[in-house]
Every structure is written in C-alpha cells, then in structure tokens.
Design a protein around this ligand. Sequence first.
Ligand SMILES: Cc1cc2nc3c(=O)[nH]c(=O)nc-3n(C[C@H](O)[C@H](O)[C@H](O)COP(=O)(O)OP(=O)(O)OC[C@H]3O[C@@H](n4cnc5c(N)ncnc54)[C@H](O)[C@@H]3O)c2cc1C
Length: 469
Amino acid sequence: MKRIVVVGGGVAGLTAALHIKDGAGEIAGGVEVLLLEGGDRVGGNIRTDRDDGWIIECGPNGYLDNVSTTPALVKRLKLERRVQPADEGAAKRFLYRNGRLNLLATNPIAFLASPVLSLRGRLRILFEPFSGSAKPGRDETVYEFGKRHIGHEAATVLIDAMVSGVYAGNIHELSLASAFPKMAEMEAKHGSLVKAMMARGRERRAAKKPGGPAGPGGTLTSFDDGLDVLVSALARELGDSVWLQCTVKRIKRDSSTSGAKPWNVVVEGGASLQCDAVMLAVPAAPAVPLVQPLDATLADTLSAIRSAGLVVVALGYEAEAVGGAPDGFGFLVPRGTGPRILGCLWDSSLFPGRAPNGKVLLRVMIGGAHDPQAVTLDDHTLLGIVRKDLRTTMGIDAEPVLARIYRHPNGIAQYTVGHQQRLDTIHQRLERLPGLWVTGSSYYGVSMNACIARAGDQADEILRYLDSL
Ligand SMILES: Cc1cc2nc3c(=O)[nH]c(=O)nc-3n(C[C@H](O)[C@H](O)[C@H](O)COP(=O)(O)OP(=O)(O)OC[C@H]3O[C@@H](n4cnc5c(N)ncnc54)[C@H](O)[C@@H]3O)c2cc1C
C-alpha cells in the first residue's frame, strides 16, 4: 500500500486529503492517506465559537459562491441544505471617511456623485481610460497600479480599504499581479478598469448576481451553524485518517534503498512515519524548518513569504443600546483616517441567527501589515482601542454584553513584490524533491476558495505521481 502524509489540517490540507482518499481506489496497490495536525482540532484559521445563542466566527466569515470548486466540495460533503447565503442587505458596504460612514456606491455614476472622495479625486477617475500600461516585465505594487489608473487619492482611500478587507495588507508592498491577478487580467483585456468594471457590472446584471461592479462578485456564503461546519464535515469524512496533536518536526528523504518508501516524517516526541509522498499544507513560515535540512534555497524562499498578523474582536450588544441592528455588510477604514481598526463586519445582519434575539454581533479586525504590534497587545488594551474606534465610527457607547478576542499571529499571507519569482523558485526546487508538495494560502491565493481549488488540483497531481510509482 502506498502512503501519503498531509501535514496541516486547515481547509487546504483537509481538502487535499479527502480528494486523495476519494481517488485512492483508482491507484494500483491502493493509497493510505494520513493527515497530521499539530493542534487539538482541525480547521486552522476556520473556527466557530458557540455560546448561549451566539455563533461567533474566530477567523473567516464565509466564501464567495462564484467559483465551482467550493460548492462542489459542499455537495460532496452533503452540506447543501446547511448552506447559508448572506442576507441581501449585505450588498451595502460602507467606508469610514471624513468623520462618518459613507455608503459605497454600486455603479460608476452614483460613485462620481458620492462625497467619499474630493471633487478633484473624483474628476481624476474620469481620466482612467487614458491610464497607460505598466512597464513590461515590471512587478508593480498595488499602489502604483492604482495611482496610474485612478490617481493618488482614490488609490490611498478606495484601494487601500479593499486591500485591508482582503489581505490586511500594505498597498505599497503587495504585488498587483500576484495579489489581485483579476485586476491585472482586466487591465490586459480592457486597457481601462472603468471599462472593465462596467463590462463586469453588465455581466452581473444579466446573470442577476448581487454586488456592485467594483465588488468581489458572488454571494458571501456560510453555513447554518457557522463556517466550521465545513471543516468538521471534512474531518468526519476522513475519519481515522486524521491524527490530531501530531506536530511534525522534521522531514527526511532517503531514496538509496530501491523499493523502500523514501520519505520519513518525524513528529514531536520522536515517532516517525515512512511514506511515498508528503504534502505540506501549513503556512510558509512553519514549513521553513521542515524543509531546511532538505534544501536551504527552498527554505530561504519560503521564509521570504511573510504573513500579517490579525486580531478579531467580537462584541455583542443589546440591539436597543446600539440603535438597532445595522443594515449592511459592515465598513472598512482606509489607513491614515484616524481609527486604528481595519474595519468591522456586522455579522448578525450578514447572517441572521448569529446573535440571540434582540442582540447584535459585530466583529472588528485590527492589525495587519501596517500594524504588526496589534497581535501582541493584551485583551484590555485591544478592547479599549476597539471600543474607542466603534464610538468614533458607529457612535456606539454602550457596554458590550459579550467580548471575545481571537489572535491570528500568522494571519494572512502577503503576496509582496517578487511573489511570482518566489513561486517559480519553489516550483524548481520541488522538482528536485520528487514526492514533496506545498499547498495552502501562502502561495496561489489567500481565500478559502483559492485554497480549496488549488489543493484539489494538487491532489490530482499526487494521485498521478503515486500511480506512477
Ligand atoms: C482573521 C481572518 C479572516 C479571514 N477571512 C476570510 C474570509 O472571510 N474568506 C476567505 O475566503 N478567507 C478568509 N481568510 C483567509 C482563510 O481563512 C485562509 O487563507 C485559509 O483558511 C487558510 O487555510 P490553510 O489550510 O492554507 O491554512 P491554515 O488555516 O493556517 O491551516 C494550517 C494548519 O496547519 C497546522 N500546522 C502548522 N504547522 C504544523 C506542523 N508542523 N505540524 C502539523 N500541523 C501544523 C496548523 O495548526 C493549522 O491547523 C481569513 C483569514 C484570517 C486570519
């Protein structure tokens, strides 16, 4: 029997392991899949806390339903009836600017009439169709791209906020082509982003899809009892293939004995497993010490893929104490406008049922690439900052009836300038280590959708490899 060890039980590792298990019957000699997770639960960043009627997401709050792989996985897990799309009101998104929350316009005309940018900033956008292209071969930052297309003000206000919402990142460091490949494609196809957004808006209206032309498209989707319904179902399907509290400490390769399994995975405590292939489904940082003895260049390249720490502060209130349930998705705060928080999601409005009757659940994000100190702050300090910023932005003075803090030190991978080159190097180095794969949010997309799609494709590659042995 051939054996593959998947290291890491986040959504990427779980998806890959299930895909391999499902395909194992087709492989000559059969395949045993083992998934080793260091923690005492699966899911990685995806975790849902439940407490007396509150359903609180500790990390992500959903996926967009506009790619086919995640709905296909949901179907494979027989979870279709448990899917919960976000409330229609979620189309309303706000931006904190000029001392208040501004509704983000969902069409270009309304946008030009809205005061979210100065008149000069809005007029500059009219010149977007004449932006000119990037220098060939240059890996532009998100800011450089944004400034070239829509000017400095719109880049530092609108694009900065969008980048906070997805990457908690820094627009002066992230690579446009790696972090927002669709934007790069839109530029290549339409030359102008305005034309591209109008074309997307038309497509979406024709398909009766929600979201404005500048929005991410698709419907934000979760499950009736929170997002970890997905990872729990994956773990259930994998059954005793999942080993918890098994932190992998070392990986060794010995291909000198023909016919023997060349890979050796050593876990904390010293036990080891021989196998034919290893998939590292952990973020780049914890993968570094595992690959260091195998290939120093690979380890150095992985260590250059940094991530931004992030804290989620969940606060519950009596609805009447905060003027009723807020109407919409939540708001983002561009850097340099005062508040330290990155934004706030109005969870109980997005997904009704997340708070007990008469209560409201808000989730605030703080930290990210601009503010690495935030993850090191104690609970009392974080609560003080968040409550002050909610007073400034939403006018909330009331005492919360629930407060939970979740720190993500390895938060979200940052695809900074040079990311594609690093991916190319990783690919070349892995070719010299047959049977070793890396997957997860550090490489080809940080969203759950991207992690699931990539893990599935790589699982197919692994099955082909195992079949060839
Ligand atoms: C606060 C926050 C909000 C987010 N919001 C969204 C959102 O709304 N929508 C969205 O699509 N995405 C969102 N994301 C991104 C998304 O959650 C992640 O990209 C995705 O969950 C990453 O999955 P993963 O499997 O690659 O890694 P992880 O979830 O990091 O899982 C890796 C696993 O590996 C384990 N591990 C690490 N080292 C070892 C070792 N040596 N041995 C064994 N096990 C090990 C860890 O314990 C962990 O369980 C958010 C992320 C954060 C932090």
